[in-house]
Design a protein around this ligand. Structure first.
Ligand code: ZN
Ligand code: FE
Length: 255
């Protein structure tokens, strides 16, 4: 999987077999055209996770130029024509059967695409649901919905390569450190990612096992994370969804 930088901090993921390619969430067409040209590839498929413009903005132009087949969420407004898919269904692209997972929260109909073995290891395209060290903002969903969606993703195999749609890792990990200052693995991972970014390299894909160890939104039942949420807002931190809500609100306000 190759992350194509787009806008200021998006990644459009490109997967290819040497001649044919798919892309995920092409918010703009130009970086995709450049990559296809550079690598000598033909675009066959486009996978879309949710309706936001920074994920669908390039779809119509790419489809028109290449004839690529477009898959997208069953329950969101999309640049038609698309093949609509929902949780439990399969999106077949480049001969690969991607399992569709419903992950509402960031948007109401957000989906993720999972394949158990690409070049020997699982791959997840999760749009703006799970970020390295963080998660998407709750524009159209509740904390309980997002927690449920992240639980579904966290249950995937630990060696899953998590392909997120934004390079938000450093700011997420700085927030994570404020939540869990005693998490030494997190401190080490932050230093690792700072070195990557200083070198202008992507921090993604992330390993799911690593995320479980450092991402506060996958760790909202850990005693240290619960304690931090209670210290921030005791009244709201009385349930699992309440703790998650406090974490999400805290992140929104964190600088
Ligand atoms: Zn979004
Ligand atoms: Fe986005």
């Amino acid at each position: 999987m190759i992350p194509l930088p787009a806008f200021s901090d998006n990644y459009i993921w490109l997967l290819h077999d040497g001649s044919q390619a798919l892309v995920v969430d092409p918010g703009e067409a130009a970086p995709v055209f450049e990559a296809l040209q550079r690598e000598g590839l033909q675009l066959r498929s486009i996978l879309v996770t949710h309706h936001h413009a920074d994920h669908v903005g390039g779809v119509a132009e790419l489809r028109e130029a290449t004839g690529a087949e477009v898959f997208g969420p069953a329950a969101e407004a999309m640049p038609e024509p698309i093949v609509r898919v929902a949780g439990g269904e399969v999106a077949r692209a480049l001969g690969l059967d991607f399992q569709v997972i419903d992950v509402p929260g960031h948007t109401a109909g957000h989906i993720a695409y999972y394949h158990p073995a690409i070049d020997g290891a699982p791959v997840l395209f999760c749009g703006d649901t799970l970020f390295s060290g963080g998660c998407g903002r709750l524009f159209e969903g509740t904390p309980a919905q997002m927690l449920d969606s992240l639980d579904r993703l966290a249950a995937l195999p630990g060696d899953t390569r998590v392909c997120c749609a934004h390079e938000y890792t450093l700011s997420n990990l700085r927030f994570a450190r404020a939540v869990e200052p005693g998490n030494t693995e997190l401190i080490h991972y932050l230093a690792h990612c700072e070195a990557l970014r200083a070198d202008n390299r992507p921090t993604l894909p992330a390993k799911l096992a690593q995320e479980r160890a450092i991402n506060p939104f996958l760790r909202s039942r850990e005693p240290a994370v619960v304690a931090a949420a209670r210290a921030r807002d005791a009244d709201q931190s009385t349930s699992e969804a309440g703790v998650f809500a406090v974490l999400r609100q805290w992140k929104n306000e964190f600088r």
